[in-house]
Design a protein around this ligand. Sequence first.
Ligand SMILES: [Zn+2]
Length: 250
Amino acid sequence: MRGTRILELSDEVAAVHCVGALSNSYAVATDAGAYLVDAGIDPRGTAMLAALEVLGRAPADLTAIYLTHWHNDHTAGAAHLRATTPARVWYPEGERAHFTARAAAPWRAWLAAHTPELGPLSVLKGLVGASPPRAVEADAHPRHGETLPHGVVALHTPGHTPHHFAYWDPRRAALFAGDALAVCGGRLSFMSRYLTDDLGEARASYRALLDLDAALVCPGHRAPLAQGVAAERARLRASLDAGARWPWFS
Ligand SMILES: [Zn+2]
């Protein structure tokens, strides 16, 4: 798994970090097996299964995959993992056309099909085809505020994409934010403006996420935050309330 790092954040939570895209997906071990939040950039899901193994769980223990949004640096492994493990897949209903590779014009779909799916071209392939490299069906779609298996709460958090979901695990005080919230240099920060589809919605999503009593913030890019989270939440919340300008790059 060149270009991939597995970070053990606790006995129960591991991050799979893709060095090239700086993207993170997560594996969580629970009493009832294991779940993933996002499915990695590797279409075979190899690193996600390795992260489960680090946590003492086998592929057969994987029962749920919660996807935040369709961008393929977060979802490439989903189809293979769904096909080869017992896991059921949840993703936002509003992004179904992307997940099932029906969102792009035929010429774009053709171009994407002829772009290699590994290495740096993987992200390009996803953007051209407006879908993960392999289409994936959902077993269910999350509803805002719904409690999913393993006690995970689904939160509609638009801004980066219109239908983006974050996932909150209250038992572990862990927030899996996807691309609804950023961590830069050990601090909570705004997602870059050029990556934010709707600023007004993003502000509202930030407020909702910062109000959660999280002790571990697991973002979709860069490094998770496990130290001083309460103080960081309060600082960014105050900045938001003071009408802070949204940076183009963070
Ligand atoms: Zn994204």
